[in-house]
Design a protein around this ligand. Sequence first.
Ligand code: NAD
Ligand code: UDX
Length: 479
Amino acid sequence: MVVKNICCLGAGYVGGPTCSVIASKCPEIKVTVVDKSVTRIAQWNSEKLPIYEPGLDEIVKARRGKNLFFSNNIEKAILEADLIFISVNTPTKTFGNGKGRAADLKYVEGAARMIADIAKSNKIVVEKSTVPVRAAESIMNILKANNEPGVSYQILSNPEFLAEGTAIQDLMHPDRVLIGGEETPEGQLAIEELCSIYEHWIPRKSILTTNTWSSELSKLAANAMLAQRISSINSLSAVCEATGADVSEVAVAIGLDSRIGPKFLQASIGFGGSCFQKDILNLVYICESLSLPEVAAYWQQVIDMNEYQKTRFTAKVVQSLFNTVSGKNITLLGFAFKKNTGDTRESPAIHVAKTLLDEGASLNIYDPKVEESQILYDLTHPSICESPEEVKKLVKIYPDAYSATNGAHAVVICTEWDEFVTLDYREIYRSMMKPAYIFDGRKILDHEELINIGFHVQTIGKRLPRPLSTRMWSGTAVV
Ligand code: NAD
Ligand code: UDX
């Protein structure tokens, strides 16, 4: 079979960009991305796409209506497809057995049942969602137990490694594509079919094929190892603050060791995003289920260190502001979990905001890409607050950094947006309450310059001197 028709179940952060790139690189293949959500599909078909991702608009506009389609007609797309990607969400379970840790596979199962109910011809079904090891077995069981006579399936694992904010770049030039499948002749044939799609733009040597379980586990392992590096450098940032070492200097020094390498050593307010925490919790749960409690505890520590870092940073904000932020105006610059995305899932800014609100602060928030409705949704969620009305009174969203910082007691940098680096901090200092504080949770600002302007500055993993004007009043030069 030569794949001429692809269907993708799930038009989210993965399904949308991945299939847009496939459509752009394989003009002879019809790619239809379907979703249960009518609103999401309408947005994909509109001028304003549901997600912000640099380079995505151009690709969608070039291919939409030609060989790229967004639709709610799931039945038609499944019937037509030779190959179906499952790109649905796999959130952490919020109820029952494994609550708070195991992956909730109800959407994957729902997708498999839809395929089994609808398909009338053979399909290659590709797990693109991040799933626990051996999830393909469950999908196969559902498909086999419900299939139409004469219809056969091959299940492949093809986890996605894109990062948000660089998704198009990552999809165009991936470090590798990973495809896992059965070691039978039919399984190998299905792997070849999927390879031939990627080979439109990715050299064969960058396409790695493995058995299904290795592929599934590699995705969890990659995220766990990446997050582990961040927790490691964040743990060292606490040592730096206690000793006078500078975590950026330490990161450069260790990163120059080619065995360690320089990437993912940026100490921060803590990692966020929809994947790291969810996937590590899933790994921890799998290890416990396999009676490997020591392994589970090892990976759990990566999450615990991340919680510690978020809490440590926010406690520093409160402590520096004379141990009380009640009635104070604090500006959060950035709300997304990283720059170049409007995504706020598990954003550390939510933790900072919640703690400051609990302490009685009023918050001014500005983010270049996160909608006001999303910020208010996140901060009034039942897991975050008991009184949404109170939160709405205490939180104001601003259209730019200058209006957001006007009259504030302190500024907290929560996301490393480039535009925050080049703001006129003299102007911001003039408009703020004095003493004026900046807490740089992303280590992106010129701290020396800010101190010269008169700011009290705190950051991660480095002790900074007080502004000159205040030093004569204190025996110690450090804030
Ligand atoms: P998402 O929540 O943005 O999108 C998932 C979409 O699937 C939703 O729009 C939902 O309505 C839809 N859906 C659910 N069940 C469906 C069904 N039966 N039929 C049709 N549509 C259905 O999720 P996402 O961020 O795109 O993540 C998808 C998967 O990819 C997850 O397993 C995630 O762990 C993994 N992943 C995500 C990223 C990332 O950066 N977001 C990166 C790599 C892997
Ligand atoms: C991650 C993985 O990188 C990607 O391969 C996988 O497919 C999905 O999960 P994503 O969550 O989109 O991607 O972004 P990533 O760049 O990994 O950043 C995650 C979080 O870690 C962000 O909050 C980021 O600010 C933080 N981070 C990243 C650090 O704090 N320090 C670093 O050095 C790198």
